[in-house]
Each structure stands twice: as structure tokens, then as C-alpha cells.
Design a binder for this molecule. Structure first.
Ligand code: F6R
Length: 240
């Protein structure tokens, strides 16, 4: 794993743009694996600014997202589909039909997981963007998820529900379950870019980079990926 320490959130986001833009410019038909959450917002802002000022085109780009809350329709303002549309897609020239995410309201969960697995197999990702959970999760693969996991439905841990509650009016509104891409599929991306910002990520960053590779810390699996870059700001890197 290659480690880059950024000055702050802004610097982390600018460095992440260089990598993401590199992929898009090199291959205008690339498949981008994308993430939601607070961490990539700065990168998405930079992508939009870059599109507006330099015209970097996403007309032929396809995207697949990591995860979606179970039970939230795609127009719900806390769904990840809505997040992606509002914070990135509607500001770029990307085709909505080229953006993929799990269907949070699928009645048959197993069929939905199978559909997503098939889609991921058909669309190898050129780059997979990840945020890092304060407990070391990647996507919604919580501690002790098997490294061989594929798309599945998870019960979110209390820790993750608490972390995510800040985005909801009340903690009782945070969904308890989510669809998530599996660890095996995250590892299948040609390149992985993981971002971490803030002191509350310092423990997880330390374990991801220096800890032993263990299912107790899902992100530690990234040590085994041949082309993974972690960009952490100073606070997130403070325990290294
Ligand atoms: C989001 C996702 C999660 C987040 C992680 C960090 O699609 O898969 O794993 O990346 O929970 O969230 P933030 O960035 O909000 O700290």
C-alpha cells in the first residue's frame, strides 16, 4: 500500500482529484467505483470544479457505488442514490443510466445481491474509491466480514449507526440494514484509492497500514492489494 500524507482535508481532496482525473483522462470509457459519506465530498467538489473549468468529460464514464441503505427509495434525501445525484452526477455530463447502485427497496434481497454481483463482474472497475469507517470498515463491510464476501445485506453496527446519525434528524431514523459490495469485489478493482480525514480515523488508519491483516479490521485487507493508495490528512495519520 502506498501512503500519501496530506496537509489537511482540502489537500487530501486535491490529491485525490489528480488520481481520479488521471483515470478518466487516460480512459474516457473507464468504470469508477464510488463511495458516499463525508470524506469524498471534497473530491466530488473538485471533480465538479475541474469539469466546469477544464471540461473533463464523463460522457462515456460508468460508475458503480459501494452501498445503499436498505428500505430507502432512491429519491429519499438520505439514500445514497440521492447523495450521488446531488453531490456529483447532476453537475457532470455523465448519463444517469451509466450510474449504478443497489436498489434499496428491492423486495427480494437475495435477487438484488445476485443482480449486483453480475453487474460488478461485467464491469471491472478501473479505480475503486473508498472511505474508512472509524472501526475499520470499508463500504458496509463491518469487522469480521469474511474477506471472500460478495454483495450482501448487513445489519449495521451500533458504532456505524451512531456515526451516520449526524446526517439524520434523529438516530431512530437511521436505517439498520444496508446492501453492500463485498470485500472480494472491492479487492477486484484494478486500483484502489482510500481516503481518510480527521482524528476520529487515526486508529483505523493505523490498523489499516501497520496492523496485521485480519477480518477484525476489514480495511487491513488492502495491504494485500497490488495497487492501493491511501491518502490521509495529518490528523488521520497522527498515529502512524
Ligand atoms: C460509504 C461507505 C462507508 C464510508 C465510511 C466513512 O459509501 O461505504 O464505508 O466510506 O463509513 O464515512 P465518512 O466518509 O462519512 O466518514
Amino acid at each position: 500500500m502506498k501512503l500519501i500524507i496530506a496537509k489537511d482535508y482540502e489537500d487530501m481532496s486535491a490529491k485525490a482529484l489528480e488520481m481520479m482525473k488521471g483515470v478518466v483522462v487516460h480512459n474516457p470509457y473507464a468504470v469508477l467505483g464510488l463511495a458516499t459519506g463525508t470524506t469524498p465530498l471534497g473530491l466530488y467538489r473538485h471533480m465538479i470544479e475541474d469539469y466546469n473549468s477544464h471540461g473533463t468529460s464523463y460522457a462515456h464514464i460508468r460508475t458503480v457505488n459501494l452501498d445503499e441503505y436498505q428500505g430507502l427509495p432512491k429519491n429519499h434525501n438520505q439514500s445514497y442514490a440521492y447523495f450521488m445525484r446531488e453531490n456529483l452526477f447532476r453537475h457532470l455530463d455523465i448519463e444517469a443510466s451509466n450510474t449504478y447502485i443497489e436498489n434499496g427497496t428491492a423486495q427480494d434481497e437475495q435477487a438484488e445481491c445476485a443482480r449486483y454481483n453480475k453487474l460488478l463482474a461485467e464491469m471491472p472497475r478501473d479505480i475503486q474509491l473508498l472511505g474508512l469507517g472509524s472501526n475499520g470498515h470499508i463500504a458496509f463491510n463491518e469487522p469480521n466480514t469474511p474477506f471472500g464476501s460478495e454483495t450482501h445485506v448487513v445489519d449495521l453496527t451500533e458504532n456505524t449507526i451512531k456515526d451516520n446519525a449526524r446526517l439524520f434528524a434523529d438516530i431512530s431514523e437511521v436505517p439498520r440494514k444496508a446492501f453492500t459490495m463485498g470485500i472480494k469485489q472491492i479487492m477486484q478493482a484494478k486500483q484502489i484509492l482510500i481516503l481518510a480525514s480527521g482524528a476520529n480515523k487515526a486508529d483505523a488508519v493505523y490498523k489499516t497500514v501497520c496492523g496485521k491483516v485480519t477480518e477484525e479490521v476489514p480495511a487491513s485487507v488492502l495491504q494485500l492489494h497490488p495497487n492501493c493508495i491511501l491518502i490521509a490528512d495529518k490528523e488521520a495519520a497522527s498515529k502512524l
